[in-house]
Design a protein around this ligand. Structure first.
Ligand code: ADP
Length: 628
């Protein structure tokens, strides 16, 4: 845009300058034209005066009019009248204070001998011997004229008469106008050529230059705004992350206090013990909630960075919509119950149960919208209705409508709703946790699946989000009683998956708490769990003992996990071929692929739940050692 502005400005300057130069030139051309005409008028009058016999003209009287000599002189002057651009030619002589006509060659309405002539400054000058021309026009009974006057001398050198030639004032002005018009025309042509040439030159030279500058400027502005967004984001994140950490540390402090008090008091009072345990359970579940919140924030950030890097891929596989809805329902019901909100899911019973798509991401879409509905509603209800629209080629479009009776969204905020880091109504929502990324991620996921998302909202009354997601039908059996499945699956998640008393695993991590957490989580499986606090120690232990699985942290002092993996694989130790699972907090884009390429058998991120850990181990433990 900048280069266009520069070109327009340069052209405008050129245009204005040309107009100024043109005006000055017109002025100068007119004055030189005026001088040239005056000179020509004088030349004619001088020439005519030179052709006249001064002695005869000096002695001419009224009686001479019509004589042969008079007629000869008349013819001489008439030649000038007929052949050049002058209007009248005549002779005058001084009479008293003024001048009278002595001969007039006008064939139509001539002045008579003795008629008074109009006196002008130039006429006076000629009468004193110097030819002159009128600088301003004068008017008499024949019209408006400029006249040139030349003295006629007798043989003694005295001024005895004056030859005057009249040029019509209109003719004079026409000459000047013609000159002006041709000068202006000439300038217009030059101006157009100059503007064209300048525009071409500016396009060729300035445009690329300015374009480059413009690009640099745009890059600078976008870099600055990205930087600002990053700073805002970091400030926001720091707040969002501190909030659950604060809750975790605070609640943990309470657990420690309660536990220490119980230890110090060593009471046998069953009620008091029960009360203490109840408190500890309450504080622990607060810690768990805060941990989940923290994890959700970090997952949002990771998802978002994957989306920004264009590295978020959908993984399609068959799944059961009943399973998805049931886990969604149990999760959201709990949150709704905490806020004393009613929550209903209404599922069209003809919806096929087995679909094919990215279950995790479909769940994420519904979870985000439902979580928001609960977060931004203080009283009333949240409802979700889900139906399917059958399409061609075994496809179905899931149509979900999620309605809340919450705070609603202002009309002016609607268009920014799906923008990154956008949060609204902060004075009302200051205590509601959020990153402003949820809906941006949701919309992106829906776009990737070829679906759509729309919102209708009335500020202060509530909002309805409508989502469509096309999915393949894997098996056309209807998704009837998903609540029954809900109970079954939730139960299943909490249940231990297997026991393997003869299995022996090694867990490597330099953080003592992590080792303790994993040992506790796996306690019910009855496996033998050894621990090592760095890579070197792990390599040593793996050389001596045949482990069934090794769970390996990455960042550790002395020797990191990847180095330990390579050392174990290249050794001749007992656990040379044992599956080694990468256990890391490194969950950024491409991390999984990178670790698998290094040679790890699998990859699991921190924090890990007992269920996920057991599921992972089940895939790698020798089947013979696993009891179900
Ligand atoms: P957040 O993490 O802040 O919830 P989202 O991207 O999910 O981020 O939502 C962006 C903003 O949109 C929220 O901060 C909130 O102001 C508004 N919003 C989203 N859903 C609702 C809703 N159901 N009712 C009212 N406001 C909503």
């Amino acid at each position: 845009m900048l280069h266009r502005k520069v070109i327009v400005m340069a052209e405008a300057i050129l245009f204005v300058t040309s107009i100024l130069i043109c005006s000055v030139s017109v002025y100068m051309a007119r004055s030189s034209m005026r001088n040239a005409i005056w000179q020509r008028m004088l030349d004619i009058s001088n020439c005519a005066a030179a052709s006249v016999d001064g002695d005869y003209l000096g002695s001419l009287t009224a009686d001479e009019v019509g004589s042969k000599e008079y007629n000869d002189l008349y013819k001489k002057l008439a030649v000038f009248r007929d052949n050049v651009e002058l209007k009248y030619i005549y002779s005058l002589k001084r009479s008293g204070d003024g001048f009278i006509f002595t001969m007039d060659t006008d064939p139509i309405d001539p002045a008579s001998f003795g008629d008074t002539a109009e006196n002008t400054e130039a006429l006076e000058s000629a009468a004193s011997g110097t030819a002159a021309v009128d600088k301003v026009p004068y008017t008499d009974q024949w019209g408006k004229f400029y006249s040139a006057y030349s003295p006629v001398l007798d043989s003694s050198g005295n001024v005895v008469g004056i030859i005057a030639v009249d040029f019509a004032s209109d003719w004079f002005d026409e000459q000047l106008s013609a000159q002006t018009v041709s000068t202006v025309r000439y300038y217009i042509v030059i101006l157009i050529c100059a503007l064209l040439v300048a525009a071409i030159l500016l396009m060729l030279i300035v445009r690329p230059f300015m374009k480059m500058h413009g690009k640099l400027y745009e890059e600078k502005v976008s870099a600055e705004s990205a930087n600002r967004a990053k700073s805002d984001f970091l400030a926001n994140m720091s707040h969002e992350i501190r909030t659950p950490i604060n809750a975790m540390l605070g609640m943990n402090e309470m657990i420690l206090r309660e536990s220490r008090r119980a230890l110090d008091e060593q009471t046998d009072d069953a009620d008091l013990q029960k009360h203490t345990l109840k408190n500890i359970v309450m504080y622990s579940s607060d810690v768990e909630n805060a941990g989940h919140n923290l994890l959700a924030i970090i997952n949002d950030i990771l998802d978002f960075s994957k989306i920004e890097a264009g590295r978020l891929d959908l993984v399609e596989q068959p799944y059961r919509i009943t399973g998805l809805l049931s886990s969604l329902s149990s999760m959201i019901s709990l949150k709704a119950r905490d806020k004393k909100l009613n929550f209903f899911i209404d599922v069209d019973e003809s919806l096929p149960d087995e679909l094919c798509g990215d279950e995790v991401r479909v769940r994420q879409i519904f979870t985000n919208i439902l979580n928001n509905a609960v977060k931004y509603t203080d009283q009333g209800e949240v409802t979700m209705s889900l139906k399917g629209e059958h399409g061609d080629n075994g496809m179905i479009t899931l149509v979900a409508s999620i309605k809340d009776t919450g705070i609603g969204i202002r009309q002016e905020d609607m268009e920014k709703l799906f923008g990154k880091f956008e949060r609204f109504d902060m004075e009302r929502n200051s205590t509601v946790e959020g990153t402003g990324l949820g809906l941006a991620i949701t919309q992106k996921l829906i776009d990737m699946m070829g679906g759509s998302i729309g919102v209708e909202s009335e500020y202060g009354k509530g909002s309805t989000f409508t989502v469509t997601i096309p999915q393949k039908i894997a098996l056309d059996v209807s998704a009837q009683d998903f609540m029954a499945v809900a109970e079954a699956t939730t139960g299943e998640e909490k249940r231990r998956l297997f026991t393997a008393p003869s299995a022996h695993i090694l867990v490597v991590d330099d953080t003592r708490v992590n080792l303790t957490v994993i040992s506790y989580l796996l306690k019910d499986t009855l496996m033998m769990v050894d621990t090592a606090s760095n890579g070197a120690e792990a390599v040593e232990m793996a050389a001596k003992t045949k482990y069934d699985v090794i769970i390996m942290d990455q960042r550790m002092p002395e020797m990191d996990g990847t180095q330990a993996l390579h050392n174990i694989r290249s050794s001749n130790g007992e656990s040379k071929d044992t599956p080694i699972i990468c256990f890391t907090a490194d969950a950024v884009v491409g991390a999984r692929e990178r670790y698998l390429e290094e040679g790890f058998s699998d990859y699991i991120t921190k924090p890990v739940s007992g269920y996920a850990l057991e599921e992972m181990l089940l895939r790698h433990l020798p089947a013979a050692k696993v009891d179900n």
